[in-house]
Write a protein that binds this ligand. Structure first.
Ligand SMILES: Nc1ncnc2c1ncn2[C@@H]1O[C@H](COP(=O)(O)OP(=O)(O)OP(=O)(O)O)[C@@H](O)[C@H]1O
Length: 321
C-alpha cells in the first residue's frame, strides 16, 4: 500500500533517563500518515515510555519529537483532540453506563469536528463497531475483563483520531474478540485513514496488523521493516524438509527457491515430501533480540535495519546440499 508522504510521527534520537538508568538511548523512526506500526520489544524495553512521550504524558530527556507536526511538550487541546489513546490499563467511570459514558466523552470533541472528520463518533455506531451493543445500558463495572478492554478501545477512538496509540490492546481478549478487534483496526487504517502505533507481545497480531515492525531493545530500534523483510534478514530464514531414498533431510536457508531448484536439478524425482517453512515473525524476533542482547548491538543494527518500508532485502548466497 502506498502511504501519504506526510509524516504523522518523526522521532529523532529520542532519549529517556529515569534517575541514573538510561531506558531510551537514541530512538529514531518515522511513521507516514495512514501507516500501522507495531512496536515490539522485551518487557522493560521502553515501549510504554516511548508512547507516553509521544502522547505528551511524559517529558523526554533529549531528542526531537514531532507528532502530527507538533512537539508533544507544546501540544494544545486542538492537537490532543486528534489523538486517540488506549493505555495498558484504565479503571474508572465504574458507575457510568456505556452509551452515556461514550456520549459524554464524545461531547468534548464537538468543537474539533471538521468537514473531513466528523467528531465525535455516534455512541451507538461506536458500540457496534467494538461489539458492545448488547451491553450499551450496563455500567462499566459490570463488564468482564475482555469487554472492559473493548470499552477502552471505544473510549480511545470516540473522537475519530488521526493518530491512535494502542498499548497492548488485546490483552484478555478471547480469540473471537481478538479477530473482531483486528478487523476494526484494519477498518480504522483503511477507511478512516488513521495512523496507528501499537505495542503488543502477540507476534501473530503484529504480523497481521502492522505495515511495519519496529523492535526496541537495549534502548534503540534494532529492526525496522515489514515482517517479510525482517525475516529475510536473518540467517536460515526458511527451513526446507524433504525425503530421498527413505531418508529425511532438513536444511536452513535464506534462499529457499534457489535451494529447492538445486535440489531437484541434482536428484529429480527421487525427492519426496517437500516442505518449505519460512521463519515466523517470532523466530525473527527471538533471533534479533538475542543477538542484540548478546552485546552485538552495532552489528545487529547494521544487519537488521531495513530503512525502506517496501523492505527490499539484500540478496544473500543460497546453499545447496
Ligand atoms: N516512572 C518511572 N520511574 C523509573 N523507572 C521507570 C518508570 N517508568 C518505567 N520505568 C522503567 O523503565 C523501563 C522501561 O519501562 P516501560 O514500561 O517503558 O517498558 P515496556 O517496554 O513498556 O515494558 P512491558 O513490555 O513490560 O510493558 C523499565 O525498566 C521500568 O522499570
Amino acid at each position: 500500500m502506498k502511504f501519504s508522504d506526510e509524516l504523522a510521527l518523526d522521532i529523532r534520537d529520542l532519549r529517556m533517563r529515569y534517575g541514573t538508568k538510561d531506558v531510551l538511548r537514541g530512538v529514531t523512526f518515522q511513521a507516514h500518515k495512514g501507516e500501522v506500526l507495531a512496536l515490539l520489544g522485551p518487557n522493560g524495553a521502553g515501549k510504554t515510555t516511548t508512547i507516553e512521550i509521544l502522547e505528551g504524558f511524559r517529558m523526554r530527556s533529549a531528542g526531537e519529537v514531532s507528532v502530527l507536526g507538533v512537539d508533544p511538550a507544546d501540544g494544545d487541546e486542538a492537537w490532543r483532540a486528534k489523538l486517540g489513546i488506549v493505555l495498558q490499563s484504565w479503571r474508572d467511570h465504574g458507575k457510568w453506563r456505556l452509551r452515556e459514558l461514550l456520549a459524554h466523552l464524545g461531547s468534548f470533541y464537538v468543537p474539533y469536528s471538521t468537514e473531513q472528520r466528523k467528531r465525535p463518533w455516534d455512541p451507538d455506531e461506536l458500540l457496534e463497531a467494538v461489539g458492545l451493543t448488547e451491553h450499551a445500558n450496563k455500567k462499566s463495572k459490570q463488564l468482564s475483563g475482555g469487554q472492559r478492554r473493548r470499552l477502552d478501545v471505544a473510549i480511545g477512538i470516540v473522537g475519530r483520531p488521526e493518530l491512535l496509540f494502542l498499548d497492548e490492546p488485546t490483552t484478555g481478549f478471547d480469540p473471537e474478540a481478538r479477530r473482531e478487534f483486528h478487523d476494526l483496526v484494519a477498518r480504522l487504517a483503511d477507511d478512516h485513514e488513521t495512523t496507528i502505533l501499537l505495542t503488543t507481545h502477540d507476534l501473530d497480531e503484529a504480523e497481521k496488523l502492522a505495515d511495519r515492525i519496529l523492535i526496541l531493545s537495549g534502548g534503540t530500534i534494532i529492526a525496522n521493516g515489514s515482517a517479510d523483510a525482517l525475516s529475510r534478514q536473518i540467517e536460515g530464514a526458511a527451513e526446507v524438509r524433504w525425503t530421498r531414498d527413505g531418508q529425511r533431510f532438513v536444511h536452513s536457508t535464506t534462499e529457499a527457491t534457489q535451494f529447492v531448484h538445486g535440489l531437484f536439478k541434482q536428484y529429480g524425482e527421487a525427492i519426496g515430501e517437500l516442505e518449505v517453512r519460512r521463519a515466523s515473525l517470532e523466530d525473527t524476533y527471538v533471533t534479533m533480540v538475542r543477538q542484540a542482547e548478546s552485546g552485538n548491538d552495532e552489528a545487529a543494527a547494521r544487519v537488521f535495519a531495513v530503512q525502506n518500508s517496501d523492505g527490499d532485502a539484500a540478496t544473500l548466497e543460497g546453499h545447496v546440499a
